[in-house]
Design a protein around this ligand. Structure first.
Ligand SMILES: *Cc1c(COP(=O)(O)O)cnc(C)c1O
Length: 357
């Protein structure tokens, strides 16, 4: 058939499988690093009003000028740096990959890492190279530096803290990577609010460094807003690929509004961190569970039979992420997002019964 998809669609796309998001209706949803808390009632009323009055018959402000001013104020961005906005940070990863996808160009990350790095490299026609972490999920600096010298990556993505492992890499090791890289290094700080570390203050020192943030893990995953912070030299080029209306009217208005209340998000994050400590303690006391330290809003842990535990939890109406089979270092590993104390108690109770099997 001359005009069938098989003839027209790129072979590397034909061989992909669609990213699977499992159904979660009515379930205790601890699979996607969402913040379990709502905004306060008063703020939700304001949001209702803003939404009702929003000019959704018009295209959004293509430069999101007003929102950017609010973001620059609340983020303490070093002077001289610009901000680019994405429809989630996933879109920013895509823009960076599209812009740097010269023929044969390499996008590098560590493994296991955020799966979007690999997927988007493929979409953009880049070669993906994933450098395995050590078995404790720390950065293998020696191997990484060799790989950088060998592959000369156009872009390196490092999530800090890392997903799905939850840990922060050694800062000195990451700085060595930045210094040795022949191209861009993007530090993805999606979980920044749960960790006491950032490369924000390093932006002025390294001309090849960009920093990515998102409102998703903060408690606004549904709004879809990601940010890239860096030098105008880079951002001016990347802006050319950003579709003009990528951030909608409602997202711009609501993000600007909620940024006026940073304490709400800091309080929710500190509740989540306190709950993370409780969960870590409870998990570590269970026989047959090995847990890994986390600076994010989720915990990676290993059991004896990951699939049985995952499936058993699912049948109890609790959805977490099964990572068994996704990478050799993640054998029998599961990832649970920190929920409310009640959700976490339900999870722990069900888990206790399942690991006895
Ligand atoms: C969740 C996550 C993102 C967020 O993506 P958005 O598109 O902004 O929701 C980015 N990077 C990492 C490492 C993540 O885990």
């Amino acid at each position: 058939m001359p005009n069938s998809p098989n003839q027209i669609i790129r072979p590397d796309i034909l061989s992909l499988t669609t990213y699977h998001v499992p159904p979660s209706n009515g379930m205790v949803k601890l699979d996607a690093m969402e913040n379990p808390y709502f905004l306060p009632q008063e703020l939700r009323k304001e949001i209702a009003k803003i939404t009702a009055d929003a000019p959704i018959n018009r295209y959004p402000d293509a430069n999101a000028s007003s929102l950017k001013v609010a973001l620059k104020k609340s983020l303490i961005i070093p002077s001289g740096m610009n901000v680019m906005l994405g429809n989630g940070s996933d879109e920013i990863i895509q823009i960076i990959a599209l812009a740097s996808a010269k023929s044969g160009a390499v996008l590098m990350s560590v493994e296991p890492a955020f799966v979007m790095f690999r997927m988007i490299a493929t979409f953009a026609g880049m070669h993906y190279v994933g450098i395995p972490l050590k078995s404790d999920f720390s950065l293998d600096l020696e191997v990484m530096l060799h790989a950088i010298a060998e592959y000369q990556p156009a872009v390196i993505f490092i999530a800090y803290p890392n997903n799905p492992t939850g840990n922060l890499f050694d800062e000195t090791a990451v700085l060595k990577v930045i210094e040795s890289a022949p191209g861009l290094v993007v530090i993805d700080e999606a979980y920044h609010i749960f960790a006491n570390a950032s490369f924000m203050d390093k932006l002025t020192c390294y001309p090849n460094l960009l920093l990515m943030r998102t409102l998703s893990k903060l408690g606004l995953a549904g709004l879809r807003l990601g940010l890239l912070i860096g030098r105008p030299e880079w951002l001016t080029q990347l802006e050319k690929l950003r579709l003009p209306y990528n951030v909608g009217v409602i997202t711009q208005l609501l993000a600007e509004k909620v940024l006026q209340y940073p304490d709400i998000f800091l309080q929710q994050a500190s509740a989540i961190k306190a709950e993370r400590a409780v969960m870590s303690k409870c998990l570590s006391q269970l026989d047959g569970v090995e847990i890994f330290p986390s600076d994010a809003n989720f915990i990676l842990f290993r059991v004896n039979k990951a699939y049985q535990v995952y499936e058993g939890l699912r049948q109890h109406g609790i959805l977490i992420k099964n990572l068994d089979g996704s990478h050799s270092l993640l054998k029998n590993c599961l990832r649970v997002t920190i929920g409310t104390p009640d959700e976490d108690a339900q999870f722990l109770e069900a888990l206790k019964n399942l690991i006895r099997i």
